[in-house]
Design a protein around this ligand. Structure first.
Ligand SMILES: [Zn+2]
Ligand SMILES: [Zn+2]
Ligand SMILES: [Zn+2]
Ligand SMILES: [Zn+2]
Length: 515
């Protein structure tokens, strides 16, 4: 028994049923048993194809009734056009979708990301960078503005805050930028440490206070020169050096706090400043020339650590009353306190070796001084025009400069130590004498070591009628004395000698024996 296409239908496979003489095409069995010359009708659809599945069509032989079937191809989807489902962005893929109008099947595909558009400048107060104008994403590293007066020449943006120079590993403050008033310098800028206040960074600006961060190591020269409204300065912990003229002419500067690791105060750094006190740290090694020239200091202590001095460090500090040099200081520089009209107290340390020229000159309020027994040199004019009433030059002193006590109008008593070999400098006819003009000096002891007394040494010491010499009469006679060396009084336009006796340890000399 033939299956007659049942299997074919069951399997969904087209069969070709042959009933005529066993002719067949395709699979399937034969139909009838007799031979027939089939006369096929037209193919007619039996099962319509779908989008994805084949259909079946058949034809029939009217003579024998044999049927023949064959597949028809699947129709395929009738896709509509691609529609955007998810728009692509600068960086993310998008998707599109289409739909079959017959079976409504949907299909998706990716659309590539667009990529960023050409960058445009964006900025904040610190710096600028490029961003995508579409998505806003930052495309470049932030770089500092290149502007000193508020407008950046690169991005055209407003450069807020201080102006900086940015280097590979650090930044320097180079100007005030858009800041004013009370300035707090940040420790970092563009992620780099702020290590210097550059030369003239704030000079002539109207700032009122400044706080310098712990990152700053150098305050360069004239950094705050002539900031006439600047009242307060606080240094960070790392400042090593205050440059030349850094705060010169800051005439409102009344409060300065130095840091404990400061090493150098440059030349003229605090000239004319108005703070009355300053704590110089024990790290300080160098005080430059005129560092506090004409400043309003009232009291100051120079720490033992200072080994390098410029001249005139406290020159003409008209309010200065008290100066202490800590033990360890070896030298009082030239003109250190010259012209300090109110200076009454000067403390010189043991171990001091040199008192510079005019170091305490023209300090009329200074009435007492103790010269340590370590000093070897008293410079020219070291105590000229002071108010000291008595002085003992210790035995350690070898050189007593010309004019050392010139015009000390209150000086009544002086003892010159045995180490001094020369009173004043010989052969310098223009020099003023060591005690010239000490009109009240009436008690003078000269040490046994003196070998020479320069001209004018006691000119105008009109009360000095007697000198005590610690050596012998022969010793006194052996001293080389320049013309006009002795005590004298001005009379009728010339200097009349007043000395009547030199008391030596073995007797007194008078008259021409004095020499
Ligand atoms: Zn047939
Ligand atoms: Zn379809
Ligand atoms: Zn973008
Ligand atoms: Zn910029």
């Amino acid at each position: 028994m033939k299956v007659k296409g049942i299997a074919a239908f069951a399997l969904g496979v087209a069969l070709i049923l042959s009933g005529c003489g066993g002719e067949s095409s395709g699979i399937g069995g034969s139909g009838g048993t007799e031979a027939c010359e089939h006369v096929w009708g037209t193919w007619t659809e039996e099962t319509a194809p779908t989008c994805t599945e084949e259909g079946v069509e058949k034809r029939t032989c009217p003579k024998c009734g044999k049927e023949e079937r064959q597949k028809t191809p699947a129709a395929g989807h009738a896709w509509g056009t691609w529609q955007e489902k998810k728009a692509p962005t600068c960086t993310a893929k998008g998707t599109q979708e289409r739909e079959c109008s017959v079976c409504h099947k949907k299909e998706e595909k990716d659309v590539e990301a667009i990529g960023h558009a050409d960058g445009v400048w964006d900025s904040d107060g610190e710096g600028h960078w490029k961003k995508c104008p579409v998505c806003g994403e930052t495309l470049t590293e932030k770089e500092p503005h290149t502007a000193e007066d508020g407008e950046c020449t690169v991005c055209g943006g407003e450069a807020l805050g201080l102006a900086y120079a940015v280097y590979e590993k650090e930044c320097h403050v180079i100007g005030i930028g858009t800041e004013s008033g009370d300035i707090v310098i940040p420790a970092t800028y563009c992620g780099k440490p702020v290590t210097e206040i550059a030369e003239s960074a704030f000079s002539y600006e109207g700032i009122t206070s400044v706080v310098i961060p712990d990152s700053v190591v150098y305050i360069r020269e004239t950094a705050f020169y002539q900031c006439s409204a600047l009242r307060r300065v606080k240094l960070g912990s790392s400042v090593k050096e205050i440059g030349e003229q850094a705060f010169n002419w800051d005439r409102a500067l009344s409060e300065v706090e130095l840091n404990a690791s400061l090493e150098k105060i440059g030349k003229g750094a605090f000239c004319h400043c108005t703070f009355t006190e300053i704590k110089l740290p024990s790290s300080l090694q160098s005080i430059g020339q005129e560092a506090f020239y004409s400043a309003a200091l009232q009291t100051v202590t120079v720490p033992a650590s200072v080994t390098e001095f410029g001249d005139r460090i406290f020159y003409q500090c008209k309010s200065l009353q008290s100066v202490r040099f800590e033990k360890g200081v070896k030298e009082i520089p030239d003109d250190a306190c010259y012209g300090c009209q109110l200076l009454t107290s000067v403390s010189l340390p043991d171990g001091l070796e040199t008192i510079g020229g005019r170091a305490l000159g023209n300090c009329p309020a200074l009435s007492q001084i103790s010269i340590p027994s370590s000093v070897r040199t008293i410079g020219e004019g070291a105590f000229e025009y002071t108010g000291i009433t008595e002085v003992a030059v210790p035995d350690t002193v070898e050189t007593l400069g010309s004019a050392a006590f010139y015009n000390c109008k209150s000086l009544t008593r002086a003892v010159i130590g045995n180490g001094v070999t020369s009173i004043g400098a010989m052969g310098k006819t223009s020099d003023v004498g060591a005690f010239e003009g000490c009109a009240l000096l009436n008690d003078l002891t000269i040490g046994s070591g003196v070998k020479s007394i320069a001209q004018r040494s006691f000119r105008g010491c009109e009360l000095l009628v007697k000198i005590t010499f610690r050596g012998s009469t022969d010793g006194w006679k052996g001293i080389e004395k320049e013309k006009d060396w002795g005590p004298s009084k001005k009379q009728m336009g010339w200097w009349a000698p007043v000395l009547s006796a030199v008391v030596c340890n073995n007797g007194a000399l008078t008259g021409d024996d004095i020499g």
